[in-house]
Design a protein around this ligand. Structure first.
Ligand code: PEP
Ligand code: MG
Length: 571
């Protein structure tokens, strides 16, 4: 047990493995709703005030989104601006005002109605409720003359909040943010995504965080998912030492390999052209997962072939001389796209999503493949090698069909490979047949865990079942990896589990050929690999497979870890 874990404190879910010690600064919550807001005497004037406040908030969010253009933050702010400008929201608030509700309450009630709908849809939409409520708070603050939510930082601080919306984040001076602690949210919430991107120590779902004293000194220990008030010298030394050691690892830019030279490519997960440019400057050996749907989350209509080709060509050029694995649109369920939504599904996660879109919108799939072929030509000779894969493949027949479609679109010959994601248990169980149809496979362990354990990946309360260390999930990963070894075809992992250094060793021992992760995790995974032989990785894989449950698997592998690595990684 590490020093930090030996001390009591707030327990939550850590994002990354870094730690920091600093003063708490609370982010101001939403404004108070006036307790006795009278019915408007001039309803039309009140409606005009509501519309003006919504318009102002939209303009403000749009300006901030443009200032952060191209980044994930910019995109999410753009989505919040769209919510503020949603005519349906303004119409509902106006209706409430006209029926005698005060303007602040009208906005509040209208937003809550929308929030209830988002929550009932679940998944990605439910996680956007924080954004919707941040729009509400800004509008209500304007209508009632209260300060907008947020925090003005005058010195480096640990930001503490119930949850952070993108608008809250954009209002912070990020150069002064030492770490982030939230009471709510989850590993996939906006806060966690931004923290990961910025390499900030972060603990989410830390019950009691909003009760921490403002200005009090806390240690944020992401590796152990803990927040400690008034940490003693031992804790400080351990956290600061570990973080300094992690920073030192960043200077190693060698390709991924075990200590005896068994190569395992270390790749980056990206979603935008800007992500690609940032990742290209790191030691990533290429892109292992380009989530193309992220480019179009805000688009009302399907993008043209030309627009797509331009974005893809920019990514291929950014990674010239390396490789880029592009995933075709994974629309649906947790990643809804307005132009590809299936409206009438009771269970979207089990519905027409990912590659299945070919059943309802074949043109969309074909256009994207054509855009990729065009991007290759546009990017020219020295550009990255293009690997294209389809998400949510369930059968060998689908894999065959996708390979044929890619070939027909012109994706063939030297410098192109066609593959599939293995993230549906059916595909993992019949991995030999699926891989026989394509050049490579990539395990999406996020969805593989979701479908194997029948647990919604966005429900923080089911995190124990969604754990990629669950024996059933490990069995399917092992099965797929050995099918790849037997066929002599690359099988990588691009789910979050690839960025866990301990799991990375297990995956390597199972025969996985590449690991793709957020760039912040590359240095630790590289170090873990470099510190163990391939035989040791194999022994770890066997230990994990032999364990009876997820906790026992993790512990069994941790016991086999070299002591110096355990210390650096805080395991
Ligand atoms: C996965 O499912 O593991 C994966 C990498 O894809 P996504 O998270 O985008 O569904
Ligand atoms: Mg997936």
């Amino acid at each position: 047990m590490t020093g930090a874990a030996a001390h009591p404190g707030l327990a939550g879910i850590g994002v990354g493995r870094r730690g920091v010690v600093g003063p708490v600064r609370h982010v101001r919550g939403g404004p108070e709703l006036p307790a006795d807001e009278p019915a408007p005497t001039d309803p039309e004037a009140a409606v005009a005030r509501v519309e003006e406040a919504l318009g102002d908030v939209r303009a403000d969010l749009t300006a901030r989104s443009e200032a952060a253009a191209g980044s994930t933050l910019g995109e999410v702010l753009g989505a919040a601006a769209l919510m503020a400008g949603d005519p349906a929201l303004a119409a509902r608030a106006a209706e409430l005002v006209r029926s005698g509700t005060g303007p602040a309450h009208a906005v509040h009630d209208a937003v809550e109605e929308f929030a209830a709908t988002f929550e009932s849809i679940g998944g990605y939409m439910a996680e956007r409720v924080t954004d919707l409520r941040s729009v509400r708070d800004r509008v209500v603050a304007r209508l009632t003359g209260q300060p907008e939510p947020g925090a003005e930082l005058s010195e480096p601080a640990v930001v503490v909040a119930r949850d952070l919306s993108p608008a809250d984040t954009s209002a912070l001076d990020l150069s002064l943010v030492l770490g982030i602690v939230t009471e709510e949210g989850g590993p996939t919430s906006h806060t966690a995504i931004i923290a990961r991107q910025l390499g900030l120590p972060c603990v989410v779902r830390a019950a009691g965080a909003t009760g921490l004293p403002d200005g009090g000194i806390v240690a944020v220990d992401a590796a152990n998912g803990r927040v400690l008030l008034d940490p003693d010298d031992d804790v400080r030394r351990e956290i600061e030492g570990r973080t300094a050691a992690l920073d030192a690892l960043e200077s190693d830019r060698e390709p991924g390999a075990t200590s005896d030279g068994h190569a395992v490519q270390l790749l980056a997960n990206i979603g935008t052209v800007e992500d690609a440019e940032r990742a290209a400057a790191t030691a990533a050996e290429g892109v292992g997962l380009f989530r193309t749907e992220v480019l179009f989350l805000d688009a009302a209509e399907a993008p043209t072939v030309e627009d797509q080709a331009e974005a893809y060509a920019a990514v291929l050029s950014a990674f010239s001389g390396r490789k880029v694995v592009v995933r075709t649109l994974d629309a649906g369920a947790d990643k809804p796209l307005a132009f590809a939504n299936q409206d009438d599904e009771d269970n979207p996660a089990l519905g027409v999503r990912g590659y299945r879109l070919v059943r309802t919108m074949p043109d969309l799939v074909q256009d994207q493949l054509r855009a990729l072929a065009q991007a290759r030509e546009q990017a020219g000779e020295g550009a990255a090698e293009l690997w294209v894969m389809a998400p949510m493949i369930a059968t060998a027949a689908e894999a065959r069909e996708f390979a044929a479609a890619a070939q027909e679109a012109g994706l063939q010959g030297a410098g192109v490979k066609v593959g599939v994601m293995v993230e549906v248990p059916g595909a993992a169980l019949r991995a030999e047949g699926v891989l026989a149809e394509v050049d490579f496979g990539s395990l999406g362990t996020n969805d593989l865990a979701q479908y194997t354990m029948a647990s919604d990946r966005l429900l923080g309360g089911l995190a124990d079942l969604l754990d990629p260390w669950q024996p059933a999930v490990l069995d399917l990963v092992a099965r797929t990896a050995s099918a790849g070894v037997a066929a002599g075809k690359p099988v990588g992992v691009c789910g979050e589990s690839a960025g866990d250094p301990l799991m990375a060793l297990v995956l390597t021992g199972l025969g996985v050929t590449s690991l793709s992760m957020s760039t912040g995790a590359l240095a630790e995974v590289r170090h873990a690999l470099r510190s163990h032989t391939s035989a040791e990785c194999e022994a770890m894989a066997q230990a994990a497979l032999a364990a009876g449950d997820a906790g026992a698997a993790r512990e069994a592998v941790a016991r086999l870890l070299h002591a110096d690595v355990r210390e650096v990684l805080g395991i």
